[in-house]
Write a protein that binds this ligand. Sequence first.
Ligand code: PEP
Ligand code: MG
Length: 538
Amino acid sequence: MVQLSGKKIFNGIAIGKIKFYARTENKVTREKIEDTAAEFARYEAARDTAIEQLNELYEKAVATVGEDNAEIFNVHAMMLEDDDYNDSIQNIINTQGVNAEYAVAVTGDNFADMFANMDDDYFKARSADVKDISERVVRVLTGAEDNNEIGDEPVIIVADDLAPSETVQMDKSKLLSFVTQQGSANSHTAILARTMGIPALIGVEIDASWNGKIGIVDGYEGKFIVDPEMEILQGYFKKKEADDEQKKLLLELKGKENVTKSGQKINLYANIGSPNDLGSVLENDAGGIGLFRSEFLYLESSTYPTEEEQFAAYKKVVETMGGRKVIIRTLDIGADKQVDYFDLDKEENPALGFRAIRICLTRPEIFRTQLRALYRASAYGNLAIMYPMIISLEEVQEIKAISKSVREELKAEGIAIGDNVEEGIMIETPAAVIIADELAKEVDFFSVGTNDLTQYTLAIDRQNAKLDRFYNAHHPAILKMLKMIADSAHKAGIWAGICGELGADTELTQYFLEIGMDELSVSPGCILPVRKLVREAE
Ligand code: PEP
Ligand code: MG
């Protein structure tokens, strides 16, 4: 068994026979010719045939992967008509008195090198395209066949690199996955893998001796396993079964409403930790983002992230989500999320210590920077702000005063901010539950952090695995609290949701509907399973 890692292009699990995709090399020799004009005409005829082939490929690709992805073949056809490219070929034929195959191969290599040396990732990725078109013309000139047959059984294609024309011509029903050594996340092959929805990895050290062996591609973990041991193979069959089930749900439920049989609606939003998670948010048809844990910006950085850096990240998320709501939680550092540059003291009980809103209210310069970035981003979409770890009315009033002064400061600077940016709080301490009716009068919404609420209510450290047997996620105290929270919110005319892990617990979906929760925010992959239960509920 061999296990390797690579860069994830698309998630999913593939198990199957490995087909090592070896490209037939067009051996081009340099030959002297007399009639250079006739040789260039031979090139032009081959080029026109290649353009015809590309037009056919375009039609075929439109039908299988859509117009946007098929566009690459139009681009290829245009590259073949490019004056610089054609002049170079003519020049080599005329000045050196050599055959067209040689002139095309040399031009293709030169142009590919030129693209590969560019700084821009997009142009770098075009290097493979120019090689691809040149090889196509050489094939036409030499009469060689396209070698795209991948056989009758479904396979995992392992290759040094794949040209877009190679991937798109492969029979999709036989393709389980792509694993390549070269290629970039920006390449069309990667884009096609994503569009086709098959797991794919790049940057894997490949070996031709794997041909015919069993392989596992784990597109979630970025792993490629060759010749797996039985136990591992069985584990992956189970994973794949669960994965397939999830994907089936996804197909059936995408675009459908979150509505019960009797017409009760609930919002299903996604929790994210960074803008990189946006793909799966859209893929899983989330109605919005119910919790964006903004601490990732602080955890990834070696110093305080600037207003500009934060603004760019928040703006990207709200813009990507269009008009859908994006609830961004202000920083929740401390406890298990430690950052060196915050220089926090070592504490006896960090979960009960200097964390989250307590840091923000003690060090308002950090808080104000984040709020400025958030309000600036609010001009670009439907952004809401949420504050964590609230225990008192005074905290909420202090937060509101700071947030108001940040808004005024931005307005005075002539900076646009969104209209009516909702401000809500997380309910994750028993104290907040008990005074929920008072807090509800001060804010626009409640979002229950059941992870911390359970920890603080049951006095069970959420990090301590030894306490598992005492941990009851369905403890009646928690369930009663959830009802109290929803009732207090509704009495004050605001909405309430759940953004802790419990929100995705499908054994409780019915209960959440009964107590009138307005929103559940769950990991992207949990949206459709919860939607299914909502739609089955009375
Ligand atoms: C929670 O406590 O339930 C929550 C959503 O916040 P975090 O898990 O980030 O503490
Ligand atoms: Mg929490």
